[in-house]
Design a protein around this ligand. Structure first.
Ligand code: Q46
Ligand code: ZN
Ligand code: ZN
Length: 319
């Protein structure tokens, strides 16, 4: 297989784009695609103060690398979840994020959940009895809370995440199977800061396949954590990714078209906001000041209250 641009030996064949490229043309092609996505969805400009959520994995570190190459200045945020799983997952992923930041002289904010809130995410999961002892729901809630809080308190114009096309297609597939209208209407490359206290969220890799991101990290020689989070095993999102991979193998481009067709349908008004959303029903959490759809406490703060109440009733039971 030869590079379509220069005839040299190709390192990757992207069947969905009918495009084979050599190393050097592929490493130029990825940032070009990301730049197009940034412009197409009006994500941000080179004057914006940007914060990228960095997990130590291939997507977020490659995105940091791409944005630097494109001339954007971006700070990072690493959230220490306290996940060990026998592979020191959090400690190792933190190390990869730190190494990248040091090597490129970048600012990396670090928020350690245990240091800030007294418990790691797995400990909090056990104590709150949430998610049937699988920490993903507590983890997601915690990450969203911490990211939003830091982005807002430090005055960042946009909060960037490294979600790639496979991630977005799998989330969309899950939401479509259960037709969760409130999630579908808010899924997209840009989530506007349309409520007071909410940071603007953007996903510059939303049109790039996971396989392409893995190739990019490898060819650029970016060290990243190769093991998956130990709690990802058996997750619904991985199952959905596998189904979409089968579809893609038979019909190259199926994932991209699934996602893009959804964006077109959404733009054309297929999904309408709920009555609450139309009325702009937003409350401010009385504990942390972040926006919430429920009156009084936000879901994150409610989780702590529920945990304390559970502890109290256990202590009473013991008397
Ligand atoms: S980090 Fe957290 Fe994921 Fe691990 S505990 Fe689940 S949600 S799988 S992206
Ligand atoms: Zn070439
Ligand atoms: Zn709160």
């Amino acid at each position: 297989m030869r590079c379509l641009k220069c005839g040299e030996k190709a390192v990757i064949n992207m069947r969905q784009h009918k495009l084979a490229l050599c190393k050097s043309h592929f490493l130029d092609w990825v940032p070009e695609q990301v730049e197009r996505t940034i412009k197409r969805y009006r994500m941000f400009t080179r004057h914006d103060h940007l914060l990228l959520a960095v997990s130590g994995g291939k997507d977020s570190l490659s995105l940091w690398d791409i944005l630097l190459r494109l001339g954007y200045s971006v700070d990072g945020l690493y959230i220490g979840l306290g996940i060990d799983g026998g592979v020191k997952y959090s400690a190792n992923s933190h190390e990869f994020a730190l190494v990248f930041a040091k090597e490129h002289n970048l600012l990396l904010h670090v928020k350690d959940i245990k240091a800030e809130y007294g418990e790691t995410v797995p400990e909090l999961t056990i104590r709150t009895h949430r998610g049937r002892y699988k920490p993903c729901s507590v983890c997601g809630l915690t990450k969203r809370h911490v990211m939003n809080q830091l982005a807002r308190s430090q005055g960042y114009n946009a909060l960037l995440t490294g979600h790639n096309l496979d991630d977005e297609a799998a989330i969309l597939f899950g939401n479509t199977l259960s037709w969760v209208g409130s999630y579908l209407i808010r899924q997209g490359p840009v989530l506007e800061a349309d409520r007071p206290g909410l940071a603007r969220k953007v996903k510059p890799l939303c049109r790039i396949y996971e396989r392409e991101m893995a190739a990019y990290a490898l060819l650029r020689g970016i060290p990243y954590i190769q093991v998956e989070c130990p709690h990802a095993e058996g997750s619904t999102s991985i199952y959905h990714k596998e189904i979409l991979n089968k579809l893609e193998a038979d019909r190259p481009g199926a994932k991209l078209s699934f996602y893009l067709s959804f964006l077109h349908a959404r733009r054309d008004g297929l999904f309408s906001p709920s009555a609450d959303e139309r009325a702009g029903m937003v409350h401010i959490c009385s504990n942390c000041g972040q926006p919430t759809s429920a009156p009084e406490l936000c879901a994150f703060c409610r989780m702590f209250v529920a945990a304390e109440e559970h502890l109290d009733s256990n202590q009473l039971d013991g008397l």
